[in-house]
Design a protein around this ligand. Structure first.
Ligand code: MCA
Ligand code: AMP
Length: 496
């Protein structure tokens, strides 16, 4: 087999390993060898479909073991994996397909007919493995000679929205993914005995690269839940020893009386990230279980940047220290100059984890990725005297709801096109379950009476449901400063 940097690093030594990789409770169990075999069949299918190194394989499918096999197959075939949120509407998907020009698009069998007019060849894969993708792969051999790929070759593109409202594809190399996962294995003490309860979606960095890659590298196993379901979580926690989640996982567990010290006394590690965790959640968790959650900080463009220590003090309200090999710099947001220790400014990140740039957007890349390698995160923070990083705000206009990033600009653009709307401003308001929820302040054209419910209904065909405003306030005018800039803080104060 030719050297394939990411595949060899993730699975090189385990291609015939009969030990368990993954269990879908009540449904199926996969050994490392069976996962590698299916990925071999799928990789052969990709080649038969004329997928060439560097071609994109776009995937919008329910979470399943087969979807993991497709990810591995894409890497083995030298192609670029492009996962998409299952909640995206047809209108949203169209943008990604046009921008990324994938050779193959895999979606659910329900959606497949909607895409019969696109350039890419379309296959279907459902959460239970049904669909014509596996039918076609079934007749392919399991043996596959991996295509050669080096550390700097492209492995994945993950779209992340921008302040302009247009999504940008973050290009992640084989080594961005491998080096970061190797670091996390070491930092969080993962080994082959670990069993991770995996309830995150696998179309984002957290569930796919952090959780899955860490398990693959160590030869450990996962209990693979299709989604976060409280009853299933309580049922499966005794069978696992580690959990990775967004803060909403932890607040939902804490809201259930069955989640107590006995249920999790055997657990080794709870990790949280993707959104800020409230100090009160940390403290309540520790009081209830005796465990302190390990909070870490990452981004789609950079994988994981910092983490609280495994053995040392896990500091509440902090996201810990730069991971080995990762540098953090705090700069003046205006001038870019480095600030003295302890001052609050822009968090910048440099290291082997930092992406290659935005797909076909060199001018956007130049704005956010400095020529000296530092990526400008858009998060504001400071490093304290002991070296812990604290995230204190965001310069980017972003709402993080249940760990999903929602960029107000996209929603404002859609609202502003609706009949009777003069202008709008979208902002986050505190939400006990999701951390933040989307709210919209909408100004009608003079004399028009807007109905908030109808407004949200009109957005349904174009926006994924998790982006729909949960609250709409119809107001006479938007608060603006002297420069004419909408004051979202003032909206948050008034309506939050
Ligand atoms: C679902 N809904 C949401 C969200 N999720 N609304 C706002 N924010 C959300 N996050 C809506 C659905 O559209 C639906 O609306 C209703 O809530 C119920 O949907 P359901 O699927 O039942 O939702 P749920 O099971 O309650 O899901 C909530 C969740 C889930 C468990 C928090 O969103 C989740 O797994 N989030 C994890 C996201 C994640 O992995 N982020 C990592 C990004 P309706 O009733 O109107 O239809 S990677 C990242 O950020 C960086 C790199 C990092 O540091 O990790
Ligand atoms: P994404 O664009 O989905 O990669 O989300 C990355 C953003 O999530 C970061 O820029 C932060 O704003 C936020 N984030 C991730 N982890 C944390 C954390 N532990 N605390 C606060 N914010 C976080």
């Amino acid at each position: 087999m030719a050297a394939n940097h990411l595949f060899d690093g993730l699975l090189g030594g385990r291609v015939t390993d009969s030990r368990r990789l993954l269990t879908v409770p009540g449904e199926s169990s996969w050994s490392y060898a069976s996962m590698v075999e299916l990925s071999g069949r799928l990789a052969n299918l990709l080649l038969e479909q004329k997928v060439k190194p560097g071609d994109r394989v776009a995937v919008q499918v329910q979470k399943s073991a087969e979807a993991i096999a497709l990810y591995l197959a894409t890497i083995r075939a030298g192609a670029v994996f492009l996962p998409l949120n299952t909640a995206y509407t047809r209108a949203e998907i169209e943008y990604f397909l046009e921008d990324a020009e994938p050779t193959i698009f895999v979606c659910s069998s329900q959606c497949e007919p909607d895409f019969d007019d696109i350039e890419a060849r379309v296959f279907s894969l459902d959460g239970d493995g049904a669909g014509n993708l596996l039918d076609a792969a079934g007749v392919m051999p399991t043996e596959f000679n991996n295509l050669a790929r080096g550390s700097q070759d492209l492995a994945a593109i993950l779209y992340t929205s921008g302040t302009t409202g247009l999504s940008k594809g973050a290009m992640l190399s084989h080594d961005n993914l491998l080096s970061n996962a190797l670091t996390l294995v070491d930092y969080w003490h993962f080994d082959s005995h670990d069993v991770l309860l995996h309830a995150l979606p696998i179309f984002h960095t957290h569930g796919l690269f952090v959780a899955t890659n860490v398990i693959l590298i160590t030869g450990a196993s996962m209990i693979f839940l299709p989604r976060f379901d409280l009853d299933q979580m309580i049922e499966q926690l005794p069978n696992a020893n580690t959990l990775m989640g967004v803060p909403t996982f932890y607040t939902r567990l804490l809201a259930d009386d069955r989640f107590d010290r006995d249920l999790v006394s055997h657990m080794r590690l709870f990790v949280s990230g993707s959104a800020p965790m409230l100090a009160e959640t940390h403290l309540q968790f520790e009081e209830r279980t005796g465990h302190r959650i390990l909070e870490r900080y990452g981004m789609t463009e950079t994988n994981m940047n910092t983490s609280n220590p495994y053995d040392g003090e896990r500091r509440v309200g902090s996201v810990g220290f730069p991971l080995p090999g990762v540098e953090i710099r705090i700069s003046d947001p205006e001038t870019g100059d480095e600030l003295p220790l302890g001052e609050t400014g822009m968090i910048e990140v440099r290291g082997p984890n930092v992406f290659l740039g935005y797909w076909r957007k060199p001018e956007k890349t130049a704005l956010e990725l400095r020529s000296n390698g530092f990526f400008i995160s858009g998060d504001l923070g400071k490093v304290d005297a002991e070296g812990y990083l604290h995230i204190l705000g965001r310069e980017k206009d972003l709402v993080i709801s249940g760990g999903y990033n929602i960029y107000p600009k996209q929603i404002e653009t859609e609202i502003d096109t609706l009949d009777g709307v003069l202008e709008s401003a979208v902002f986050g308001i505190a939400d006990a379950d999701l951390g933040e929820a989307v709210a919209a302040a909408v100004v009608p054209i003079d004399g028009v009476k807007l109905d908030p419910e109808q407004l949200v209904k009109a957005l349904e065909p174009v926006l994924a449901r998790f982006k729909l405003p949960r609250k709409v306030f119809v107001i006479d005018e938007l608060p603006r400063n002297a420069m004419g800039k909408v004051q979202k803080n003032s909206l948050r104060d008034t309506y939050g």
